[in-house]
Design a protein around this ligand. Structure first.
Ligand code: ADP
Length: 469
């Protein structure tokens, strides 16, 4: 029964109500009966006794004459009155309105408070016992003559039977109210438990679905704060998994495309070389240059993939050495100059003579600048220009690669540094794997710097690398 969370929740909500309400009920009934009902009854009896005493004032012989006393008692007898007994100054029972008292008439009355009452002291007693057969409210009221002498005592008492109905009514009322409260408590507990259990079940279902590859977010985010947080966490997980799945698909598609393109170029060059075209020296040279370009492209692709692999494993370690930019930068740009010139681009490098020596990983830095220059050459059409400049500002080194290419819209600028993101510029420009800028940014950040992009559509782009000195 208690194996499920739902049952435990219901029980934890209902149990306190089940335990507390009956205790409150019993305490309430006890306090009400002993502290309120009984004192009220006793007060009422005292008031009635005073009234009867005043009535008896008109007949002073009453306390000596049992017949007259009994006639007096009978005359005031009514449904609403309790047991009435008249006792004379000697403590003998003169008259009573209860028929079973007939054989006690004329006998002394045994009552612990009677001696004091005969001396003029009023007595009020209440007794609370469920099984009592005796009186539960009892009043002895002395009647005095004008000179203060006690003429007799009026005794009024309520017996259990006469007030039992009243007590039972009170008990039923309290029990009904508590039973209603109990019902409402159980119902509220049940609703709360179900309300908590439902979203939990939804999260569990969503996690099951995740394992089966269903990456839809759990939509209903209600229930208690903690459950909503849990749902939120599951949805974030779903979102992340969806991103990873998308990246995996994109990576595979890009890989197939890039490998296919380069291999296709190599393959067709080999076919041409094996055929007649291989005979002519100039054609052979051209075909082999094409093959070399495809192989270089594949090497770069492999570099990018190795870098990505390093990122995934979190093993990006820098081998920092002093790098003299005055010699290093022009040297590393030579191969790019050839590529740019071969494409018919205007190539311009403007470097000041006092570039600093930086403490950096030269290979990684070459990869950063290489990726930026490679993009500039790739995305700029023939007769366009690529310009490299560098300098120092506010204790930082900057290297800028600018081109007169197609530019990047503000919307795309927000995404170009994401892994596997490729712009939507169609077949007019060759596309890469969408890794170059992401890798460049990670490497610059690892050096403690940052990359900035400024671009306008159809006007060109400027990528600036900032490195702290
Ligand atoms: P890719 O390998 O596809 O070039 P990158 O990460 O280097 O990937 O660049 C991401 C995208 O940014 C490119 O697909 C392209 O749309 C855009 N981009 C990068 N550099 C330039 C540039 N110099 N001019 C225009 N667009 C660029």
């Amino acid at each position: 029964m208690l194996r499920t969370l739902r049952h435990r929740l219901i029980l934890s909500h209902v149990l306190p109500v089940l335990l507390v309400l009956p205790v409150i009920g019993i305490a309430l009934i006890y306090v009400l009966e002993t502290n309120i009902l009984l004192p009220v009854l006793a007060n009422e009896l005292t008031g009635q006794a005073q009234l009867i005493a005043r009535l008896s004032d008109g007949s002073p012989t009453l306390w000596q004459n049992p017949t007259e006393a009994q006639a007096f008692v009978n005359s005031i007898q009514s449904q609403s009155l309790p047991r009435i007994e008249l006792i004379n100054a000697d403590g003998l029972l003169l008259a009573s309105n209860v028929s079973t008292d007939a054989d006690r008439l004329g006998q002394p009355l045994a009552h612990p408070a009677l001696p004091k009452a005969l001396q003029g002291q009023q007595s009020v007693r209440t007794t609370y016992s469920r099984f009592m057969q005796t009186e539960i409210a009892d009043v002895l009221y002395p009647v005095k003559a004008a000179d203060g002498r006690v003429l007799g005592v009026i005794r009024l008492s309520h017996q259990l039977a006469s007030v039992q109905d009243l007590f039972l009514q009170v008990r039923y009322l309290i029990i009904s109210i508590l039973a209603f409260g109990l019902g409402v408590g159980v119902l509220v507990g049940l609703l709360l438990a179900l309300n908590m259990e439902r979203p939990l079940r939804q999260v569990t279902l969503a996690v099951y679905n995740l394992t089966r590859g269903d990456l839809t977010a759990v939509r209903i985010e209600h229930g208690p704060e903690e459950i909503r947080l849990l749902l939120h966490a599951v949805n974030s997980l779903v979102e992340r998994l969806r991103g990873l799945e998308e990246a995996r698909r994109q990576l595979l598609a890009n890989l197939v495309h890039e490998l296919g393109r380069s291999l296709g170029a190599v393959h067709s060059a080999i076919w041409a070389l094996l055929g007649r075209s291989g005979d002519k020296k100039s054609t052979r040279q051209e075909l082999l240059t094409g093959v070399e370009r495809a192989v270089v492209h594949l090497e770069r692709l492999l570099d990018d993939l190795a870098q990505l692999h390093g990122q995934v494993l979190g093993t990006l370690e820098l081998n920092r050495q002093p790098v003299d930019l005055n010699t290093w930068l022009p040297q590393m740009l030579v191969s790019w100059q050839q590529a740019a010139v071969a494409k018919g681009l205007q190539w311009q490098v403007t470097l000041p003579a006092d570039l600093p020596v930086v403490n950096a990983d030269a290979d990684r830095l070459a990869q950063v600048v290489g990726n930026l220059v490679s993009n500039a050459i790739k995305y700029t059409l023939e007769s366009g220009a690529v310009q490299i400049t560098a300098g120092q500002k506010n204790g930082q080194l900057w290297i800028c690669v600018a081109d007169t290419g197609p530019g990047i819209s503000a919307e795309e600028q927000a995404h170009i540094f994401e892994p596997l993101y490729r712009g939507k510029r169609g077949s007019r420009f060759p596309q890469g794997m969408g890794l170059g800028l992401n890798i460049a940014r990670d490497l610059v950040v690892a050096h403690g710097g940052q990359i900035q992009v400024e671009s306008e559509v159809d006007r060109g782009s400027r990528f600036t690398v900032w490195l702290p000195l």
